[in-house]
Write a protein that binds this ligand. Structure first.
Ligand SMILES: Cc1ncc(COP(=O)(O)O)c(C=O)c1O
Length: 371
């Protein structure tokens, strides 16, 4: 495929064919319905909301919004390095990690290059690859876990990028640092591995470890992604970051351009990272309600994944149509979930860990739909 065919004229200035033909990200959209209480459990947003320190930071900077923000978000990037004890100069901030995924694809994968990801991985990897004219390649998983051997077996000479969300969305499962290191060791040095740690802060088991340390020690072909959207409760402000080798940060800076993240978002993110009260509350809330919800769903007879994120994912018995009906009925009862049909799991439903009230009401609602 070529980007443009100079021989061909068109009555309209058409976008590149792979841009028009590509899939569109399906957001967890919830329209307000008059007089009805709806629990939105479809976007993995924090039920605790924005923390007190971040909220104060938003107010504090509100008077200077006629000025451009810090052009490259350096103050936040330095704070991220300090808090995570990582190398300054290797962090780049952007308006949400989904945008950074897009930049990575733009920077490293062109037409007919291959972007490899784990079969039930986050949908942005496939969508962003297609909108760049690259080929998305899904490596089969084993029991809803990313499978390193299967990823390595799917590598071809056209592979440029490998995305692994750890923990993954929508399954909530993770692979160990040893397995990730084995994946990295098995990749050619010209292939970039991106470990997407959007749900890192929620993970409560010792078997899990961030891959950030490996970026420090290892070769030049690994990046780690994080976001302020989930655990820190700042989804609406759009802030994410990537830790990457310096040459890759340099390329990403060129793609990003200046002023990509608003001053309000930068200030809130920095405050959120230092808000120990909010951080502890978010951790305690999720630990408790994740286990509680998972246990109750299993007691009702549902198969669930071993999610370590801020969501549970359960299989709806009876196949794809039954799952659609179940999702619709649950919505009528006031709970908006997310079928994982964009991730190759159309009869699995993902439900965010919401407020205590939402979770306590959810279980009887699901029980009422259970045969
Ligand atoms: C695995 C994963 N990565 C990245 C993102 C993008 O998050 P954001 O763009 O809000 O930082 C999400 C959001 O759902 C996600 O689940």
């Amino acid at each position: 495929m070529t980007a443009h065919d100079p021989e061909k004229t068109s009555a309209r200035p058409m976008p590149l064919p792979f841009v028009s033909a590509g899939p569109i990200f399906t957001p967890g959209r919830v329209l307000p319905e008059a007089g009805r209480k709806l629990y939105k459990l479809s976007n993995n947003e924090s039920p605790l909301g924005i923390g007190a320190l971040a909220a104060r930071a938003v107010v504090d900077v509100s008077g200077s919004q006629h000025l451009y923000p810090d052009p490259d978000g350096m103050v936040l990037a330095e704070a991220i390095c300090q808090v995570n004890d990582i190398d300054p100069g290797r962090v780049l901030v952007g308006p949400g990690s989904e945008s950074i995924i897009n930049w990575i694809v733009r920077g490293w994968a062109g037409i007919d290059d291959e972007v490899l990801y784990s079969e039930h991985g986050f949908q942005a990897y496939r969508i962003r690859a297609m909108s760049a004219g690259a080929r998305p390649v899904a490596a089969p998983e084993t029991n809803l876990y990313a499978d390193v051997d299967s990823l390595l077996a799917a590598v071809t000479e056209r592979t440029r990028l490998v995305f692994v969300a750890n923990p993954n969305n929508p399954t909530g499962t993770f692979i160990t640092p040893t397995e990730l290191a084995r994946l990295l060791a098995g990749l050619r040095p010209d292939i970039m591995l991106i470990v997407d740690e959007a749900y890192y802060e929620y993970v409560a088991t010792d078997e899990y470890q961030s891959f950030l340390e490996i970026v420090d020690d290892q070769a030049e072909n690994v990046m780690v992604l994080r976001t302020f959207s989930k655990f820190y409760g700042l989804a609406g402000l759009r802030v994410g970051w990537v830790y990457a080798p310096r040459f890759a940060i340099d390329a990403l800076e060129r793609i990003r351009g200046p002023y990509a993240v608003s001053g309000v978002a930068l200030a809130a993110a920095e405050a959120a990272m230092r808000d120990q009260v909010h951080i502890s509350a978010a951790r305690e809330h999720n630990d408790h309600w994740l286990n509680w919800t998972q246990e109750h769903l299993r007691a009702l007879g549902y198969e669930t994944t071993d999610s370590v994120g801020n969501f549970v994912t359960l299989k709806i018995p009876g196949g794809v149509e039954a799952a659609r009906v179940f999702d619709g009925k649950l919505r009528e009862l006031g709970f908006v979930g997310r079928l994982a049909d964009q991730n190759g799991l159309p009869d699995w439903l993902r439900l965010t860990i919401g407020s205590a009230e939402a979770m306590q009401a959810l279980i009887p609602a699901i029980a009422s739909l259970t045969e």
